[in-house]
Design a protein around this ligand. Structure first.
Ligand code: ZN
Ligand code: ZN
Length: 435
């Protein structure tokens, strides 16, 4: 098997990813993917790293020599196809906004590989498309269904390089044939948004307000930043409402779309909503987002605090020119004076007391304020207004909510409704949880 061409040499199928082709190459030579990987890289890891991202030129050259497929063609089946388009460059280490890892990264389960069960079922030889790795691609354009990003039977992430079966696309863990997976309709009409992003990607550039001809990877960077504001953090729910106001078709019950830490760990259904909402807020850049931010009290300091200094110019401009500033850049001297004044009046200088006295938020208030009770207030979001509740009740509520799979706000809302005999909230019976 070492000399000359290998006996099995499947051709690369349209848009096939390198890892998919690699798995088929192994099967065509009667091997498991791990075995082929060991032949290719003696002494390498037991389970191959994500070849779509990490196949280096040595691997590509060796594969090319054994299969007579050109190294260029193989390279086009990796993320390097998108260098300068989805990301500027890839050092192999930093997180790529739109191309998260697949399978496992150490102990972390990563859902960066998606698939359309109907496409697989229609394939003469089921294979994975490289495009299914893109985080903003969540719907199949052919079948209009949501892509799947985990095994419907055992919930493990898809990881073709770990699968044991030769041929086909199966769950690496329980062997489930992904062609059998049920398909689900997206919760919102996402395809127009996805098509727009794929056009930006194909063009390599996009306009964003006055920023004409931005590189697509900068446009996508800005999109990732706006998505992050909608995914988690204190303003997530309020900003989602702002997007719904402008595009009512995107309204989903808040309890079906909890706050998350990172878009990459959210299910495809949740991603369709969040990415579409972000694109709505990016219309007429930066005016829509600036007015939404204004309406929810998102100040420049909030964004700076979360994203630091490495903001693309178009986004930094929004932050610096259009978002409300705390009225003094530091504000600490003012806040110190305010605290003194309140204490002289016998009032406790809590965050709320300070905001009410001054009539606005100052960046320094949150870290200089005194805790309300004998525990620090841990959240100023509009869905968490339990100032004065004891720390142990807050902690218990947080645990209970997370155990029931909800954010604290919606969980508490439901609980209070039950307790007060109110009808349940904005729940729409036709919609099920989507994340
Ligand atoms: Zn499909
Ligand atoms: Zn499984």
């Amino acid at each position: 098997m070492e000399r000359g061409l290998w006996p099995g040499r499947p051709v690369l199928l349209p848009d096939e990813s390198l890892s998919s082709w690699f798995a088929r190459l192994a099967a065509a030579n009667g091997l498991q993917t791990a075995e082929l990987h060991r032949i290719l890289q003696p002494g390498g890891d037991r389970s191959p790293r994500d070849l779509d991202r990490h196949a280096d030129f040595q691997i590509l050259d060796r594969l090319s020599a054994k299969t007579s497929i050109t190294a260029d063609a193989l390279e086009q089946a990796t993320f390097r196809r998108w260098a300068g388009y989805v990301f500027e460059r890839d050092d192999g280490l930093a997180k790529l906004d739109w191309l998260p890892p697949a399978g496992r990264d150490g102990a972390t389960r990563c859902f960066g590989q998606q698939a359309c069960p109907l496409c697989l079922a229609g394939d003469a030889q089921p294979y994975l498309r490289l495009r299914w790795r893109l985080l903003f691609v969540s719907v199949c354009p052919v079948h209009s269904c949501l892509l799947i990003d985990r095994c419907p039977r055992c919930n493990e992430p898809l990881a073709i390089l770990r699968q044991q079966q030769r041929g086909g696309v199966n769950c690496w863990s329980c062997g489930f044939d992904l062609r059998q997976a049920e398909t689900v309709q997206p919760p919102v009409n996402y395809l127009p948004y996805q098509n727009r992003l794929l056009t930006v990607l194909a063009d390599g550039w996009a306009d964003l307000g006055d920023h004409v001809g931005l590189y697509s990877f900068i446009y996508l960077k800005v999109l990732a930043l706006v998505v992050r504001l909608l995914t988690g953090g204190p303003h997530a729910y309020a900003l989602r409402e702002q997007a719904e106001l402008r595009e009512p078709g995107l309204a989903v019950p808040p309890q079906s779309l909890p706050r998350g830490r990172d878009l990459a760990v959210m299910a495809p259904a949740a991603r369709t909503v969040l990415v579409a909402m972000a694109m709505v807020l990016m219309r007429d850049w930066p005016n829509t987002l600036a007015s939404a931010a204004d309406a929810v009290g998102l100040a420049s300091s909030h964004v700076r605090k979360r994203h630091g200094e490495s903001l693309p110019f178009a986004f930094a401009q929004l932050v610096d020119w259009h978002l409300k500033k705390p009225f003094n850049a530091e504000g600490r001297i003012e806040v110190a004076g305010l605290k003194e004044m309140l204490e002289r009046q016998g009032r406790k200088p809590t965050y709320r007391e300070m905001v009410e006295t001054v009539g606005t938020e100052l960046a320094a208030m949150s870290d200089m304020a005194e805790p309300v009770a004998n525990g620090a207030a841990w959240g100023q979001g509009r869905y968490w207004k339990l100032d004065g509740v004891s720390p142990e009740v807050k902690e218990a509520a947080r645990l209970m909510a997370h155990r029931s799979g909800q954010s604290v706000g919606p969980w508490l809302d439901n609980l209070l409704r039950q307790h007060l005999n109110l009808p349940s909230g904005r729940e729409k019976s036709s919609e099920s949880p989507i994340s």
